[in-house]
Design a protein around this ligand. Structure first.
Ligand code: GLA
Length: 385
């Protein structure tokens, strides 16, 4: 067990004088396919070696006791009192609520959790929190739900109390990850394939802008509404049911005058990004990492100019990457408005790239950049009982 897991377990033993079950629930990266999980697209995420650890045990009462180690905050309530709250509490309580809505019998439990995913960084700390608790409760109370059902439950949980109308990508990737593999997730049919990630001499590095995207969660829902508004027009005009059926952005352009400009831009991006992700999956299987990287740059351009979810800090970091021959692909990752950029960098150039980028970023924005070299991990799992 690593030091975070050990600390979570020690806190649990001190607070509750019992032996917990221990679970790991990872964050995720996304190589390509942004904002298309809720538009019937394909996305290419992977679970990572940063995540949330849970120590948890049934307590034989009707009370649930949480301790959020990263916030140094507790919450004790009876099961009858579970309702919408705020901050971290919304994520855990919403998961409990979803089990109740399914008619599952939730009994009292004690729970300590904490992790190392920087919050608001676009690595899905919220999905890791939700998925870890859902997986643990399914295990200790024997609900018999499978991983896909748990991911869908977590998505509903995120829609419900926190109020973010997210797609399925984050929770699916967190729960279904596989070490050293990326997931090609079909978000329409909710099925996936794994690909081994072979980057031959390159690594994935995240650069954290430290601009916290959580502040802009309202904007996420706005983007979703724009796509829905566009779909109303496109369904009628193109006789299709889903963005996936649209052959090219030229078909969307034919109906540009029937949509608000920002709605048109979002629809154009979605159609292009769905095509990019399918192409990217083929390139990855052919080990053509360089061509894959070019698609990442093109994706960022669309996120910034069409979908309008970037920010000056992310644009700055991607521009620096693009100017550097050792970085073969980069783009803003996740919901947007900051968070991390994801970069594919030649092994021997990583240290130098991080150093020069950190200095330039500090000079431009007076913010100290953080960089993480990523490893791909298994999805949510029990570490020990
Ligand atoms: C957030 C959401 C995901 C997805 C991404 C953008 O992470 O939770 O469902 O839409 O943004 O790709």
């Amino acid at each position: 067990m690593n030091s975070i897991a050990t600390s979570v377990v020690n806190i649990f033993k001190n607070k509750f004088s019992a032996e917990p079950n221990i679970y790991y629930s990872p964050g995720r990266i996304n190589l390509i396919g942004e904002h298309i999980d809720y538009n019937d697209g394909y996305v290419m995420p992977a679970a990572i070696d940063k995540g949330v650890y849970y120590a948890i045990a049934a307590n034989g009462t009707d009370t649930i006791n949480f301790f959020a180690a990263d916030f140094n905050e507790s919450l004790s309530i009876t099961l009858k009192e579970v309702t919408k709250s705020d901050s971290w509490k919304n994520y855990v309580l919403s998961v409990v609520n979803e089990f109740v809505l399914l008619g599952k019998t939730v009994n009292g439990f004690d729970c300590v959790f904490g992790g190392d995913i920087p919050r608001g960084s676009g690595m899905s700390s919220s999905a890791a929190v939700e998925g870890g608790l859902a997986y643990a409760l399914n295990d200790i109370f024997n609900y018999g739900m499978n991983r896909v059902e748990l991911a869908l439950l977590c998505q509903r949980a995120e829609h419900n109390y926190p109020g973010v109308n997210c797609g399925i990508m984050d929770m699916y990737a967190s729960i279904n990850g596989k070490r050293d593999h990326v997931i090609l997730l079909d978000c329409k049919n909710i099925t996936h394939e794994y690909f081994p990630l072979k980057l031959d001499g390159y690594k994935i590095v995240l650069l954290n802008t430290k601009v916290h995207h959580t502040l802009a969660s309202g904007e996420y829902n706005v983007r979703r509404k724009r796509c829905e508004a566009g779909m109303v027009v496109l369904k009628k005009e193109l006789n299709i049911q889903s963005f996936r059926e649209i052959k090219s952005a030229a078909d969307v352009e034919l109906h540009k005058d029937k949509m608000a400009p920002e709605v048109y831009n979002c629809c154009k991006f979605v159609v292009e990004e769905i095509a990019r992700t399918q192409k990217a999956a083929a390139l990855l299987q052919q080990n053509d990492v360089k061509a894959f990287g070019q698609l990442m740059y093109a994706g960022h351009e669309g996120l910034s100019k069409l979908y309008d979810v970037s920010c000056p800090q992310s644009d700055f970091l991607v521009a620096l990457a693009k100017d550097n021959d050792n970085v073969i692909g980069a783009r803003q990752m996740g919901g947007g408005f900051g968070g991390c950029t994801i970069n594919i960098i030649k092994d021997e150039a990583i240290d130098d790239f991080i150093a020069t980028t950190t200095a330039a970023y500090q000079k431009e924005f007076d913010i100290l950049l953080e960089a993480y070299v990523m490893q791909l991990s298994n999805g949510t799992e029990k570490i020990s009982a």
